[in-house]
Design a protein around this ligand. Structure first.
Ligand code: UN1
Length: 507
């Protein structure tokens, strides 16, 4: 396991850090077991109230300095992080794959997303534009500028243990913020690797201690951040249940929450679809990352005239899937993150059956050589109906539901007929249908694609969704504005003091 050594991961690691200073936390440790082979990879210590406060105090002091650095200089530091990530892509990709369980290709893809967001952020560091407006008063100038917020708290999920942190952090940094990261308890070692990579670059550039902090720990650590008025923005990725708790706590103190929560993503397969594209898109969408992306395809909404053909093609495609060690590039599907996830997968299959679902490809847990961790499951497919409670629910596992439709209005209504609103697709070569799907009367999701699956978004677009997905937007487009405060400035260079709206106030 050279990659562990190359990334500076030890058997026991301090899990709390403000940069090159690693802070002793509580006596409680999180042990990280690989879902690939069930082996203990290493452990991290966790934050207690004292170490948490120390991190916040150091971060606040760092912010006073960091906000004065010109944004392009901050961008230059992020550029170097992008270079460091390029150099470590192989090691970090392997760690992501080994600690989280996604295929090695997807592990590399995740590091590539980090590199991409670094490049994006570097360019953006010279483009934090504000508008200028025309004042209604003579001899006045009006414009707006964007200032950093301060401490940005980041709560990330196990399924993208490094990329989602980097989407938030790279943007937050070029904007002049300092970041405190609470990684998932399920993938703590990825955070240690990232902090080590950042530390090296920061030291070279004399970035103040506290610009990059990590606080490993459980739910309580997330709660400290959510309730802490010292943290003006909390960006959280994870389940809708977690997001509701974070949103309520941050909202109660009138802080800002950026939420990227569950999805229940569907692909509409029209009778005018290119079926080769449709089947491949659906397959990767449903089984990629073993169904553990928030963008995973959970529902296929298929036109009744091609329903049987699609079903047959899917059965054939699923038969060819290889399930096994994700570090072996011959395998398409790796394990679920842990045995809890396996339990939820099994419960969802049972619920689907009880609610009337008919499995055309059966699920099950794999046993025997190579599957000792107990986390490998079979991707499965059920014919179901949209109103089943289980279909309305996001199960983080490779279970795909097939639904049938007669006309495009019905397909769109099924697509939208779930509490979540993250990603959606239509497979069609029919311009009218495609445009209807993308119109105001079409998909209600934050992401709507044509002839592409629901997952695998590029970093250049704003990422996030509506309804129970939480409404936040991360990564590309103008998502950077979430990490800044807008200030409207009006300057009077005349010799008078005219009031707006023509109000007279003469003494
Ligand atoms: C997530 O699952 O939380 O669009 C993020 C995708 C990836 C990111 C997924 N680029 O599937």
């Amino acid at each position: 396991m050279d990659f562990l050594v190359n990334l500076g991961i030890k058997p026991i690691n301090e899990g709390v850090s403000t940069g090159k200073n690693w802070i002793p936390g509580s006596s409680e440790k999180i042990e990280s077991f690989s879902p690939v082979d069930g082996k203990l990879i290493g452990a991290v210590t966790t934050a207690d109230a004292t170490s948490y406060r120390k991190v916040v105090n150091t971060a606040q002091a760092a912010f006073i300095e960091w906000r004065k650095w010109p944004a392009p200089k901050r961008g230059e530091v992020v550029r170097q992080i992008g270079e460091a990530l390029r150099a470590k892509k192989d090691d970090l990709g392997k760690l992501v794959s080994y600690e989280m369980g996604k295929s090695l290709q997807e592990g590399y893809g995740e590091v590539q997303e980090m590199i991409d967001i670094c490049d994006f952020a570097v360019g953006l560091s010279r483009q934090l534009h504000g508008l200028t407006m025309h004042s209604e008063r003579p001899g006045h100038r009006m414009y707006e500028q964007w200032h950093p917020l301060g401490l940005v708290g980041i709560i990330s999920a196990f399924n993208f243990p490094v990329a989602v942190w980097s989407w938030n952090t790279m943007l937050a940094w070029i904007c002049g913020n300092v970041c405190i990261w609470k990684p998932s308890e399920k993938t703590p070692l990825c955070s240690i690797a990232c902090q080590n990579i950042v530390n090296e670059v920061f030291e070279k550039n004399q970035v103040p201690e506290g610009v990059s902090s990590i606080i490993n720990g459980g739910r309580n650590v997330g709660e400290w951040m959510s309730n802490d008025p010292a943290v003006p923005l909390v960006s959280a990725t994870g389940s809708t249940r977690m997001g509701k708790a974070v949103g309520a706590a941050v909202g109660a103190r009138l802080g800002r929450a950026l939420l990227e929560l569950g999805g229940n993503n569907a692909i509409i397969i029209s009778k005018d679809a290119d079926l080769n594209i449709a089947i491949t898109g659906a397959l990767f969408g449903a089984v990629g990352t073993a169904g553990q992306r928030c963008t995973t395809t959970r529902r296929l909404i298929i036109h009744e005239s091609i329903y049987d053909t699609v079903k047959e093609k899917l059965v054939n495609a699923y038969k060819q899937l290889k399930i096994g060690n994700p570090l072996d590039s011959a395998n398409h599907v790796g394990p679920l993150i842990d045995k809890d996830a396996v339990k939820q997968y099994l419960q969802s299959i049972e619920a689907c059956k009880a609610q009337g679902g008919n499995f055309i490809i059966e699920g099950g847990v794999l046993e025997g050589t190579g599957y000792e961790s107990g986390c490998y499951v079979k991707p499965c497919v059920a014919e179901a109906e949209n109103h089943y409670p289980i279909v309305q629910h996001e199960t983080f596992a490779p279970i795909l539901y097939l639904l049938k439709y007669a006309n495009i209005e019905e397909a769109i209504s099924l697509q939208n007929g779930v509490p979540q609103g993250l990603s959606s697709s239509i497979m069609t070569l029919n311009l009218r249908e495609a445009e209807q799907f993308l119109s105001a009367a079409g998909s209600d999701c934050g992401i709507a694609n044509v002839n592409i699956g629901t997952s695998g978004a590029e970093i250049g677009g704003a990422f996030g969704g509506e309804k129970e997905t939480g409404g936040g937007r991360e990564s590309g487009s103008d998502a950077w504005k979430n990490y800044m405060r807008r200030q409207t400035n009006t300057i009077n260079y005349s010799t008078q003091l005219p009031l707006a709206q023509g109000i007279k106030f003469d003494l």
